[in-house]
Design a protein around this ligand. Sequence first.
Ligand code: SAM
Length: 359
Amino acid sequence: MTASSQSYTMAGGNGQHSYIHNSSYQKAAIDGAEEKTTQCILEKLNLQLNSDLGTFRIADFGCSNGPNTFHAVQTIIDTVKCKQLKENNNEVSLMPLEFQVFFNDQTNNDFNTLFKTQPIECGYFSVGVPGSFHGRVFPRNIIHIGHTSYTTHWLSKVPENVCDKKSLAWNNNYIHCNHSLEEVTKAYKVQFVKDMRVFLEARAEEIVHGGLMIVLGQCLADGVTMSETWQGIVLDMIGDCLMDMAKSGVTSEEKIELLNLPVYFPQFSELKREIEQNKSFMIETMEAISHPLEDTEILTSNFIISMFRAILSTIIKEHFGEGVVTDLFDRFAKKLAKFPIDFIECEKHVNYFVLLKRK
Ligand SMILES: C[S@@+](CC[C@H](N)C(=O)[O-])C[C@H]1O[C@@H](n2cnc3c(N)ncnc32)[C@H](O)[C@@H]1O
């Protein structure tokens, strides 16, 4: 039932460079949204929380290999339990709800590490759901609360023309959409619009009427381009390191020209427009929230190098071969030492919190 999609998962395993040990930036954002998540579920979830409901089903779309997903689903479960008690005047003899949690990600996600590192007494029944969220991954009308964090900027594929030297949308030696070339931005935007529509249409089928979909992520502020943000500068620098590697014969320019990341960060109003065009959900909340680590000294060069290595190593390995990853990130470390980025002074991505209710 799932759609096919180019799939570049986060670094698996439990080692030094794994996502599980290098995802505290994303974790901090989830923690920062915890209060809002709790408040929204208490106020906006319109389901009768009693035995007629049967099992309460939660899905995390793009869960990766942990551990952030466990924190996100635990907050949802604790809040639903608390709501059930409140609605039933703290009746202790009440039959407590049972919870089932569906962990979705691409088929090549490291689900083994996910389930091996899951807290032992989690208090819910777990299911792994492999497949692309750019399509249906569940039967109709079964999910009560859907959640996704830091995922919807991942496209189902790289826009075709950006790797085509003969096309106006050719992205030259850049490895991502940094907004330097208008035709490239257009091509990425078209793909993002298609993917966001498909994502929301699929969730609308899967989520029950009155159920909720929580979307956390990052976008650009209106009027800000990717190359002005520290994330954009980092990706451009990684692209420059690859070019240095081509000059020293480790890889070739032709190979770099064929690498483009399937990632697009829309501006806030662009994202809002795409969410609004879906008529199956009501937008209950869509707002910018602060990221607890921005403007702090935790964002050091070493932190950024490890974070981007955990995000990009799969795609780099697949494109250039296994041996290139360490060389690339060593070069990136040296470049950052020579040309430090002022993470505090740079433009920042906007962290957003969206709560949708299925009509
Ligand atoms: C940056 S990680 C975020 C992981 C986790 N949600 C968190 O907040 O830490 C993005 C995740 O989205 C997943 N992903 C990207 N595209 C996907 C797709 N089409 N279907 C399912 N998962 C996808 C990736 O495999 C990766 O695990």
